[in-house]
Design a protein. Structure first.
Length: 241
């Protein structure tokens, strides 16, 4: 079955063949597109930035080109190296997940973006220009356009988690009483043993909003700001997933 690629059709038959100029084109496109995504991540102070994204995409592009070259030499498709590249990109992505000192999971979006960029790199190396471009636009839109919508949806969700630091464990009962009066339900409480000996009692608490007024008029940030005024709270913040 012949796969029709509109962009390759516009460029001409040469773009689907394996020549030094098509290799240069595919590598250039891979570097340019991954640089845009890397810049977007880097501008938001994420650990995996410009160079990481370029290297992941470039590696998968070169791998796919090498796979194609070997397939031509041996007369049959291999795709062993490209499969290994996907696994390698996944491992790199997993290692990009970082945990902050306050139990917040960070790097999940960058992890997914790295893995996506690896697949876009494979598409570039294979000469699937339309898939590459559509994939790039989709990834870029998810990273740059959707965050505002995601923040709004999360901040008005009925469920959220908080990181709570109390000056003494005896105040936990008082805190629970206060949040119940506010119309919040406790779904789960987990004591954080990492702070043992610090003089603080630290908890991760999952909450649900029951009060209709809170659901309609209050965001998570406003609720947390009100709770932070309690004198026995050393620190409180929402855990962003």
């Amino acid at each position: 079955m012949t796969i029709y690629d509109p962009i390759a059709s516009l460029l001409g038959p040469w773009s689907t063949e394996l020549h030094w100029y098509t290799i240069l084109l595919r590598i250039t496109l891979s570097v340019l597109l991954s640089a845009v995504i890397g810049w977007e991540r880097s501008s938001k102070r994420h650990s995996a930035g410009l160079r990481t994204f370029i290297l992941v995409s470039l590696t998968t592009t070169l791998t796919m080109l090498l796979d194609q070259f070997l397939a031509v030499q041996m007369g049959q498709p291999l795709f062993v190296l490209s499969g290994a590249a996907i696994i390698a990109a996944s491992i790199i992505s997993i290692h990009s997940i970082l945990f902050s000192s306050r139990s917040q999971i960070k790097g999940l979006t960058t992890t997914a973006a790295l893995w996506s960029m690896g697949l876009i790199g494979l598409a570039s190396g294979a000469g699937f220009y339309t898939i590459m471009c559509f994939g790039f636009v989709a990834v870029y839109c998810v990273l740059s356009v959707f965050p505002a919508l995601e923040i709004s949806l999360k901040d008005h969700s009925n469920h959220f988690e908080i990181h709570l630091e109390l000056t003494n464990s005896s105040y936990l009962k008082d805190f629970i009483t206060v949040i119940r009066k506010l119309g919040l339900i406790i779904d789960d409480i987990e004591f954080n043993t990492a702070y043992t000996g610090s003089g603080l009692s630290v908890y991760t608490i999952a909450l649900s909003i029951q009060n209709k007024d809170l659901k309609q008029y209050k965001t998570h940030a406003e609720i947390i700001e009100a709770l932070s005024t309690l004198e026995y709270i050393y620190h409180i913040e929402e855990i962003k997933m």
